[in-house]
Ligand binder design. Structure first.
Ligand code: FES
Length: 340
């Protein structure tokens, strides 16, 4: 039987909400306010969380929640209409209208704020502002020290102007316009040159922006740097595993590797053209997935033995020492034993 939350309203698998309001935010960016059709409270979320948006064709896309996590009456997502993408954002811009019911998953967070940071530095590039907006709400409400740098092309491309205006006036947010030429925008390398103890850095944005932040923060302590990729395309090559880049080793010869299901002892071969999750499903072992590209950790499974070729862009090294994402990760050893 489907599990419900404590009030028995929302199943773990997701919920049906109503589009209550659509707001123009900036060039090609709309905000969508989603509420309970009966006006009830929604499951809580934390700053940096996202929801899965379920499309009729069965596909799923993730969108960050950008309102204040203290709000229980609505979820706010902002979507950039991308013509080059997989079509999800375009379809939503065209088809979502006020009153429409939509199917979404419960909020999940792969990009949480660290509670005890002395100072928080937020860097947003373009639509990467969305998860950082919920952080801004949270940090401001809890009276914590933070500074937001928001990089956009022009004032017309800048979302959340009403919300950010007072923060800019207080010196807690700086908006940078580059006219479409990153070299004319924020000097990220210079900004991150000095790493002050106790400062935590969060960044999110398009590919070039992510690469610049990653390079500029290489000398920061690993546990002080947090990021969220929107797509695998945004991941710089250095973020991908060596095996993924080289496509070398036995697996490139078409040998694949084996996975063993610990509870049954069943061993299955994962050929080069299939994922672990596909092979498991073929043998009746279902693992829930969402992004299927290593971005959300929905499919994470504990492993007991073996060396994993981690290909996700979401788990910390600590988590990777215990879990793997079976939608995308591979094996470096001949066999992985999965705690299933
Ligand atoms: S389903 Fe998202 S990481 Fe595997």
């Amino acid at each position: 039987m489907e599990q419900l939350d404590t009030k028995g309203r929302y199943p773990e698998s997701g919920m049906i909400l109503r589009v209550r309001q659509i707001t123009y935010q900036a060039e090609k960016i709309n905000s969508y306010e989603l509420t309970d059709p009966e006006g009830g409270e929604l499951p809580p979320f934390t700053a940096g969380a996202h929801i899965d948006f379920h499309f009729r064709d069965g596909s799923v896309r993730q969108y960050s929640l950008c309102n204040d996590p203290a709000e229980r009456h609505r979820y706010l997502i902002s979507i950039l209409r991308e013509t080059q993408g997989r079509g999800g954002s375009q379809a939503l811009h065209e088809r979502l209208h006020v009153q429409r019911l939509v199917s979404i998953g419960r909020p999940r967070n792969n990009f949480p704020l660290v509670a005890n940071a002395r100072r928080t530095l937020l860097l947003a590039g373009g639509i990467g502002i969305t998860p950082l907006m919920s952080m801004v709400h949270e940090l401001q409400r809890s009276g914590r020290d933070f500074l937001l740098h928001y990089c956009t092309r022009s004032p017309a491309h800048t979302a959340f102007g009403d919300r950010l205006g007072p923060l800019v006036a207080e010196g807690r947010a700086v908006v940078h316009h580059d006219g479409g030429i990153p070299a004319n925008g924020l000097d990220i390398a210079r900004l991150l040159e000095r790493c002050e103890e106790g400062t935590h850095l969060y960044y999110c944005g398009p590919a070039g922006f992510m690469a610049a932040c990653r390079r500029a923060s290489e000398h920061w302590p690993e546990d002080a740097v947090h990021w969220e990729y929107f797509t695998r395309d945004a991941a710089p090559k250095s973020a991908l595993s060596g095996a993924e880049l080289a496509q070398a080793g036995d697996h490139a010869l078409g040998l694949g590797f084996q996975v063993k299901v610990a509870s049954t002892g069943a061993v299955h071969t994962v050929p080069d053209d299939k994922t672990i999750v596909e092979v498991l499903a073929e043998h009746g072992v279902e693992v829930e997935t969402s992004c299927e590209s290593g971005l959300c950790a929905t499919c994470k499974v504990r492993y007991i033995e073996g060396e994993v070729d981690h290909r996700d862009l979401v788990m910390s090294r600590d988590e990777q020492s215990e879990y793997l994402t079976v939608c995308i990760s591979r094996a470096k050893s001949p066999m992985l034993v999965l705690d299933l």
